[in-house]
Design a binder for this molecule. Structure first.
Ligand code: GDP
Length: 601
């Protein structure tokens, strides 16, 4: 029964073949004039003429945007529809729409976020242990990445890997698994950098936030201060006329936890979370690994449908036949409903957290799909090109696009000035969304947020450290570095208009660490350095970085090894340098050396 239903629904989500017989043009991203002409069944020259009549000069290989396609298609009496993915091997890109009548209420999936030491783990433990108090079986638990509780007959799933990296990594892989974020803020500490990060992550994911003001048992606790501080982030308490729920809790003592759970239920009810339990399951891998006894295992969050023992499925590019399913208390299940997260065995390989999974009606089909996905991923890995700015635009709807931006600057003043200048840029149908704007060097969390939100990072007088840059490169996150506001606004405006050549080229040649200082009167400060990465030349442009912030930009006056002037020093060697016209160097500063000036795009 269920299998048939699933097949019907998937095919419902696919375009009807009859659509092509009607006068419909399927719009695809990067559609060329030639492709448009073919779709319309018209000679390409005729289409080019039509474009010219509409004031658009284009050759057959030029791409046309959706508006242009619509304009020309309408002229020929065609309707334009967006491409719908029909290839079953790309199931992770499917948007399955169930009939309203098939949908049933499902439990909320909650992630707990907040600053380190504010009590996330304690809260997760207290809620997990409350199951015993709530009359559920206790016993030894195992970490599977998620657990479910039943509170007053109401199920709630908690993702129990606190931390923003996990959250944004999931999002980066296209998996939005969280319905509600509980933001834990210690009442004796207030809003801290990672609190701010958590708010940005939750807002970027468009998740409702419930604030849990923790550690109210402490004498220094000041919950009002937390409310005041968070109001600046637009999390205005209901008591003050806003719509953010605040609950005072002590995760350690258990105070207020019941109230927190009740509020989660309330927010979940408002969100009207629903799924269709009567279809083959699909969802996301929460955690995965290899156990020497069990073999490959994965914790799967069922997001739609029902997962059953014996089901054949594809997780990422791995095939499997569900052998066992168990929760964090080692309780075995035969079936898992929407929002349930269970650890399964029976996979033929190790998949990855964030992979999507889908059940197929036949083993043969599942195996073929897994195989095909494996081959495709391998070939994609081979030509994995960096993202360009065009890849960063998020479609809000068929007409409007949005570009997410993260601003990191050397000072609050420049961050605000840059933000205000960027927000003044007006380009039709494209909007800028600044998801983070703060002071300091570019960090791994910035890369995670950018990766998860498809954002562009703008560094203003700040530079990423080499390890952060490596992470950015690995994730193909774009970082653009500037020191003049006008250059930023110019470039971004050009990018929004689609005029900017998007490739970011870095011409940094190496990094030096300053280990010793020698002050020589009449000459200045000579820095004893060690080249940690790449190389430095005597003609290099250098940036002096203190905690990742550019404190000076200029040229080298001298580059020496022992007493000799040299042209170049490579990684692993020591050298003595003097910066032209600058002596305020400190031990621990880092010098970033570039061989030529930054490439203008
Ligand atoms: P996490 O880093 O956010 O996961 O924080 P933890 O849950 O590890 O908690 C950090 C410290 O704060 C631990 O020593 C906890 O015992 C303590 N803690 C957590 N919640 C409370 C609370 O409600 N009251 C008090 N007094 N201490 C707490």
């Amino acid at each position: 029964m269920a299998k048939k239903k699933h097949e019907k629904r998937v095919s419902d989500a696919l375009p009807k073949t009859s659509e092509n017989k009607e006068k419909v043009v399927i719009y695809k991203p990067n559609m060329t004039v030639l492709m448009l002409a073919e779709a319309l069944g018209k000679p390409v020259n005729q289409v080019i003429m039509k474009l010219i009549q509409n004031g658009i000069m284009a050759s057959q290989s030029n791409t046309v945007d959706r508006d242009t396609v619509e304009l020309i298609a309408l002229d020929y009496g065609y309707e334009v529809k967006d491409e719908v993915i029909t290839d079953i091997t790309r199931f992770d890109e499917f948007k399955i729409v169930d009939d309203e009548s098939d949908l049933e209420k499902r439990p909320p999936v909650v992630t707990i976020m907040g600053h380190v030491d504010h009590g996330k783990t304690t809260l997760l433990d207290t809620i997990r242990n409350s199951r015993v108090a709530l009359g559920e079986a206790g016993g030894i638990t195992q970490h599977i990445g998620a657990y479910q509780i039943n509170h007053n007959g109401y199920d709630i799933t908690f993702i129990d890997t606190p931390g923003h990296a996990a959250f944004s990594q999931m999002r980066a892989r296209g998996a939005s698994i969280t319905d509600i974020v509980v933001l834990v803020v210690a009442a004796d500490d207030g809003v801290m950098p990672q609190t701010e990060e958590a708010i940005e992550h939750a807002k970027a994911a468009k998740c409702p936030i419930i604030v849990a003001v923790n550690k109210i048992d402490k004498p220094q606790a000041n919950p009002d201060r937390v409310m005041e501080e968070l109001s600046r982030y637009n999390l205005i308490p209901e008591a003050w006329g806003g719509d953010t729920i605040y609950v005072n809790i002590s995760a350690l003592k258990g105070t207020g936890v019941k109230e927190l759970l009740e509020n989660i239920e309330l927010v979940a009810d408002i969100a009207e979370l629903k799924a269709n339990p009567n279809r083959l399951a699909m969802g996301t891998v929460i955690e995965a690994g290899l156990d020497k006894n069990k073999g490959p295992y994965a914790t799967l969050l069922v997001q739609n449908g029902t997962l059953k023992v014996g089901d054949c499925l594809v997780c990422g590019e791995t095939f499997g036949k569900v052998r066992t399913m168990e929760d964090d208390r080692h309780v075995r299940y035969q079936a898992a409903k929407p929002s349930q997260a269970l650890m399964i065995t029976g996979l033929d390989g190790v998949c990855q957290a964030g992979d999507k999974f889908m059940v197929f009606s036949s083993e043969q089909e599942a195996k073929a799909v897994a195989e095909e996905r494996h081959i495709r991923n391998k070939s994609q890995e081979a030509d994995n090109k960096p993202k360009n700015i065009n890849d960063l635009f998020n479609a809000i709807d068929s007409k409007n696009k949005e570009l997410n931006i993260i601003i990191k600057a050397d000072a609050q003043g420049s961050a605000e000035a840059l933000k205000n200048s960027l927000l003044k840029i007006e380009v039709p149908d494209v909007s800028l969304n600044i998801i983070r704007c703060n002071v300091g060097t570019i960090t791994d969390d910035d890369i995670n947020l950018a990766d998860g939100s498809k954002a562009l990072i703008i560094g203003f007088n700040v530079r990423p450290m080499p390890n952060v840059k490596n992470t950015a490169n690995a994730k193909h996150v774009q970082i653009r570095l500037y020191s003049i506001i006008y250059d930023v606004t110019n470039d971004i405006e050009a990018a929004l208009k689609g005029l900017l050549d998007p490739v970011y080229e870095d011409v940094v040649s190496g990094y030096l660490e300053i280990r010793e200082l020698f002050k020589i009167s009449k000459v200045g400060t000579i820095a004893g350095c060690y080249v940690t990465d790449g190389y430095v030349t005597n003609t290099a442009t250098i940036r002096l970085l203190r905690e990742g912030i550019v404190v000076y930009e200029g040229k080298l006056a001298t580059l020496r090894r022992f007493k000799d002037d040299v042209k170049e020093v490579k990684a692993g060697y020591e050298c003595g340098i003097r910066i032209e016209g600058y002596n305020d160097i400190k031990v621990g500063d880092v010098i970033e050396a570039s061989t030529t000036k930054e490439v203008k795009q």
